[in-house]
Design a protein around this ligand. Sequence first.
Ligand code: F6R
Length: 606
Amino acid sequence: MCGIVGYVGKRSCTDVLMNALSKLEYRGYDSAGIAVFENGKIRVEKSKGRLADLADKMEKTGRPEGHAGIGHTRWATHGEPSDKNSHPHSGADVTLVHNGIIENYKKLREFLINQGNTFTSETDTEVVAKLISYYYKGDPVEAIIAATKELQGSYALGIVFKDYVDTVFAVRCESPLIVGIGKDESYIASDVPAILNYTKDYYLLEPGEIAVLNPYGAKIYDHHYQCIEKELKTADWDMDAAEKQGYEHFMLKEIHEQPTAIKTTIMPRISDGLPNLEECGITYDKLLRYNKVFVVACGTAMHAGVVGKYVIEKLARVPVTVDIASEFRYRDPLVGEGDLVIIISQSGETADSLAALRLSKDRGADTLAIVNAKGSSIAREADMLIYTHAGPEIAVASTKAYMVQIAVMYLLAFEIALAKKVIDEDEGKRLIKELEAVPDVIQKILEEKPDTQFAASKLINTDSLLYIGRGLDYALSMEGSLKLKEISYIHSESYAAGELKHGTISLISDSMPVIAVVTQPDLALKTVSNIKEVKARGAYVILVCSDNIQVDEEAYDYKLTVPAVDSLLMPMTAVVPLQLIAYYTSVLRGNDVDKPRNLAKSVTVE
Ligand code: F6R
């Protein structure tokens, strides 16, 4: 989604803004722009396309020279990607950049037109610029407070006022924003990696707070215009974590970071060979109270929830419902006291997941967040919190975040099963040992480099394919299929293998490859029968299976094996070849692997 940056200090503002924006490219965008104070006046440069297009444009017009300004990468919501819809947008006294969506912008636009304003773009953002200008009587903070009272929806704003040279203002509601503090300089950013090159110290702006940055530092006010003291936080990510470090793409680097990410996530939650989640606010007493568990999330995070469902139900015998957050929030769910709602989110800012969390809390359910981004809204608002420690995930396609999300779901499943005494301590210890062994198995898979490139080469010219599996293999197929389609742009679906005969098998022909996942020994024979059915109808079959399962050679065309671990844990190892197949298919098709078209890393609007 959109990215915001801002700078005040001694450096070249244009250099800082362009560098900081480049660190936010992973969020997905279709245009970019900056506004810089040059010789006491605000100069705006913006362009449809990539940052490189903006840089090219400025080569012709001359790069703005100054020491304070704001910048933006836009992911179009209101109005197509174009120069005129790109941010920054201006009112009479104000120029600003915006993340989020203003829901009542049409009404405000009409009001402002009646006041004599004319609009140059189709965006909701221009409405905000003109509204703040409308309220501006000489005091920027007062104008921001008055205007934001009228806004409905979500926003983070970086603002400059023409009368306040070399000063940057910021305010947020829902959409995240941080204020970075360096020596004699300050920054705003929608995401920590934007400013890691310059500083690790930052304030997290709370909804309604207003930041005023000038060359002497930053002041923060609440929405009553009272100056407030805030805790300065320090990012525990370093720049290395946000760089490619020799890998061709972030996605490949992040796939290789999975063994470490699992260890960093699970080890602090294990003591005496058993899970220990007390520090996260999770105790046996609490777990015993829940009769029902909901897992609510979007996309890949939701797929981690599906793995969690299979494992919690199988081990702990507690019913689990997995919901897509955008459905859950509007379906009047039967959730309330005595229920546990688990929200899984890498970014911790996904609008629908955040809304589902709030709805669950309002209805009296206990909420548990499994989140990667520290200090994010979902992390702050949930009753209980387990941070995953994947570090920054830059590639839009999630890999290591999914891996640690499922690692946490295993810990949780073991803990619930122990609390309910469905398994005893010996079994708990055995399962933890198996889980602790997984990172080394994944490391081995990565070192041995399964020939996923060959599998990918068989897919690059296809229009459509199916992923099939049963049980946990079906849960995993969902993620394999999403990974492939989002970065290769090839249509694919995941199907429960036993469901094929009920309609979908009619699609099978020699132009419809099938990726079959077989890692569950107790279901293998059943799935293999289904594989033979698609093979008999002409499908090219790529089999991904564990090395303890024998499958007749005539059932498949190409086989990728992964070492067997406990069958419950197989999604952790078997997902690796699926991630690599998606990665190489995207590479071979010449796509932008890390920044697939139309997608955004953090979906902060509905
Ligand atoms: C796909 C992917 C998305 C996210 C989804 C939820 O690779 O990354 O499907 O999983 O947008 O995002 P978070 O986890 O930030 O809530």
